[in-house]
Design a protein. Structure first.
Length: 241
């Protein structure tokens, strides 16, 4: 699936959350898709300090991961992604630099969470194959199979969060542990003033450039889009609403 014709909606449209009629994102089951990436429902709630994003799948969440290729370049990433209307500056990236998205990812060939030891084995540099969380900034890129990439940056010139792993892309590793249990993928992250912001739900495959050049991390394919059109119809709701 390509996102090319949907990119103007994803990255540049104005989303009027205050008048939105739908709070969750609902998607019909599609038997042609891999069940672990077939989105049925997505919700997001906040207590004013923390936001919890949830995605319900048609199969077991996290049961499918990319095959290892033995090196960083050319390696693949599977991801459960929530694109949002939050400005990238909310979590420490340059303001207005693209579409801020929260992702749960797995990739067996590299570890991009050097501050955290997700598998609790005492080595923080061998956890890439375990599902973990990232904030990313997405921007258009014609050279990528699905028409999007994680924004390329220059560390020291572009603004990055304190927990960014040092890769030359707009990627943060906040260390929040996702929960993939049964048919549900869930992640809670600290974000203030997120109530009534918009979101969508996407499952996708990404790939590191085979030569390590730019674009370094492409969205090469999309398994499913919750809304079908990346219109961000979901609304982050207060827990009491």
């Amino acid at each position: 699936m390509t996102l090319s014709h949907l990119i103007p909606t994803l990255l540049f449209s104005t989303v009027f959350t205050a008048t939105a009629l739908a709070h969750p994102v609902r998607s019909p089951a599609d038997d042609t898709l891999t069940p672990a990436f077939d989105i049925l429902d997505a919700h997001a709630t906040t207590d004013g300090r923390l936001v919890t994003f949830m995605m319900e799948l048609n199969g077991m969440a996290g049961s499918v991961k990319p095959e290892a290729v033995g090196q960083l370049t050319g390696s693949q990433v599977d991801a459960y992604v929530w694109p949002t209307s939050l400005d990238p500056a909310t979590v420490g990236f340059d303001a207005g630099s693209g579409r801020l998205a929260l992702a749960i990812t797995a990739h067996p060939d590299f570890d991009d969470t050097p501050l955290f030891d997700e598998n609790n084995d005492g080595d923080p540099a061998n956890d890439g194959a375990d599902w973990h969380s990232h904030w990313v900034v997405l921007v258009p890129e014609d050279a990528c199979g699905a028409g999007l990439k994680v924004r390329d940056v220059s560390p020291g010139q572009d603004l990055l969060p304190a927990t960014a792993p040092g890769l030359p892309i707009a990627l943060d590793s906040p260390g929040m542990s996702p929960v993939l249990q049964g048919r549900t993928a869930r992640i809670t992250v600290p974000v203030s003033e997120a109530e009534h912001q918009s979101f969508d739900a996407v499952t996708a495959r990404l790939e590191v450039h085979p030569d390590g050049a730019q674009p370094l991390l492409c969205v090469t394919g999309v398994y499913d889009i919750g809304s079908g059109d990346l219109s961000l119809p979901g609304v982050i709701m207060g827990e009491t609403e």
